[in-house]
Design a protein. Sequence first.
Length: 399
Amino acid sequence: MSHYIGKILYLMEKQTMNNQTTFVYEVEGLRQSETTDKVNNPVRQSGTVYITVPYKRMNQEMQRISRMGGKIVSIKPLSEHSKANGKATQTGEKTKPMTQAKDKKKEIPVNTYRPKNPFVGKCLSSTELVREGGEGTVRHLLFDLSGSELKYLEGQSIGIIPPGTDDKGKPHKLRLYSIASTRHGDNLDDNTVSLCVRQLEYKHPETGEKVYGVCSSYLCNMNEGDDVSITGPVGKEMLLPDDEDATIIMIATGTGIAPFRAFLWRMFKEREQNPDYQFKGLAWLFFGCAYTPNILYKEELEELQRQFPENFRVTYAISREQKNKDGGKMYIQHRIQENAEELWQLIQKPNAHTYICGLKGMEGGIDEGMSAVTGQFNVDWSDYQKQLKKDHRWHVETY
Ligand SMILES: Cc1cc2nc3c(=O)[nH]c(=O)nc-3n(C[C@H](O)[C@H](O)[C@H](O)COP(=O)(O)OP(=O)(O)OC[C@H]3O[C@@H](n4cnc5c(N)ncnc54)[C@H](O)[C@@H]3O)c2cc1C
């Protein structure tokens, strides 16, 4: 025990220098029992468990573990624990390096085409994704990139320059759209890119007049054969890790599903095209929208679930149809709260990545849900999340 007190003093000093606030104990000897079940930490095949401990509770937690007959075999700052990903996960398996974003050697194409010199592609097809009874318009658009140098990765975006000029007579600025296809494109010939675009429509706050967004209307009204000015690709925030065993948690509202369609198609639909990426981990998609007919790509998602029940889960939050436990509208944060304990177990795995994409402001509810659960384990969610961000395991793209 004195060894650990020494170690704690050393870590306390180190944490003051490095601003570390959370540590991970690896503990052996905590067999499953009524008491240890309450610890609620994943048990590794080797029989050890990881327990995340905030700095303030280190001493107390050590005494508690000792009372339960456990023995601490290592203590690491959370950041080091996460970096040790290549050595061991909670299931005791070896894993590959973490993210493409962290892997500096990986080629990430950026800005092959800039606004001054965009690539002019052609619209190959435009399909309505909102079914009867749903609200608004969302189109799946497929663009031909033949003759271009444009290569991209799942999770990146492209820019679209709408034709014409703004109210000051200047050419319209580009708008960004998340790419909804894999690098191989929907036709698997490495020659197309797809988008999932909602037509922006709102009531003018003063006149009450209906206003339609410039670029989204242009895209949603596009016909087969029309030209389209494309820039990019851009973005390194939402890249998918190379690790085939990773846990990928995806939280989307509306068109926020676009990058996740690309992820899921790469994981499950294009195995033949990617012999070096045979996903065997867990992908869990949370999708929020107003009505069932607004669930984008519903049939394909449910087909994937049927084919890969062990590796893919989808959870919907349909605000105007489902009720949360307090009788209010079911928003995505309520689904996060309902599943927060399991999510917390998953998020602690060193090769787990969480992605949030869609409406600006959706992060607030997700943080609320996670805080409530991590609070039960005396872990401060905002500290933990900061570390996840530093480790490139918490990815947000909202607009
Ligand atoms: C990284 C990134 C990825 C994106 N991915 C996608 C995607 O995959 N799919 C997608 O559909 N969109 C996506 N977007 C959003 C997209 O870039 C455009 O912002 C969107 O299509 C609207 O552009 P627009 O030209 O139609 O609207 P604009 O004509 O530019 O109008 C937008 C403006 O209208 C005003 N406005 C909007 N709503 C209201 C309101 N309710 N009340 C009052 N005023 C309002 C605001 O001033 C706003 O700036 C993404 C954005 C980013 C940054």
